[in-house]
Write a protein that binds this ligand. Structure first.
Ligand code: CUA
Length: 180
């Protein structure tokens, strides 16, 4: 029987399964299970696959929180587009907003301090990628994603959008500063 023709036996599901086929089903099943259990394993022992929290929100609610933080803690402005650089207090909830095509605002954090990084999108799906440390997270409208982070190395980190979001997707860049 060839895969291109209809089965010779109309009741094909009663035919015995070939040994080779059973072997492949077995291999595929074992591989599925290995991949499945790698997720919790790597979360616990590999220090990866961080667990975040997620809450319902709306663009209006979320941008109000962002504006509140920007108003209270802006220390200077930067870049040609006059972005606020915000220095929120250590241990606080900090807000990062994604929209076509920017990350807003610029955050300035202290090394060794822990923050709750809240993220949401104003329009559609974006992906936050923090480089060069390679932290990745989906950023969706209607959801407020929270990652608890403790930056350890002072420096300048680039925020890249890694979810295709339109013509200026490649220009959707942001920044986080970590100071001593
Ligand atoms: Cu935002 Cu791609």
């Amino acid at each position: 029987m060839s895969a291109l023709q209809p089965p010779a036996q109309r009741i094909w599901w009663n035919q015995p399964v070939e040994r080779a086929e059973l072997m492949w089903i077995g291999i595929a099943l074992v591989w599925c299970l290995i991949m499945f259990f790698m997720m919790p394993f790597w979360h616990v022992f590999g220090n990866q696959n961080y667990s975040g929290e997620a809450y319902r929100t709306t663009p209006e609610q979320f941008s109000a929180k962002v504006e509140e933080m920007v108003e209270q803690y802006t220390v200077r402005h930067e870049t040609a587009r006059n972005y606020p650089v915000v220095q929120p207090p250590a241990g606080s909830d900090i807000y990062l907003l994604a929209r076509l095509w920017e990350w807003y605002p610029i955050l300035e954090l202290k090394a060794g301090e822990t923050y709750r990084l809240n993220m949401s999108s104003m329009d559609w799906q974006h992906g936050l990628s923090i480089q060069p440390i390679n932290i990745n997270s989906q950023v969706l409208p209607g959801y407020q994603k929270v990652l608890t982070i403790t930056p350890t190395e002072p420096g300048e980190y680039a925020l890249v959008c890694n979810e295709y979001c339109g013509v200026l997707h490649h220009a959707m860049l942001g920044k986080i500063y970590v100071t001593e």
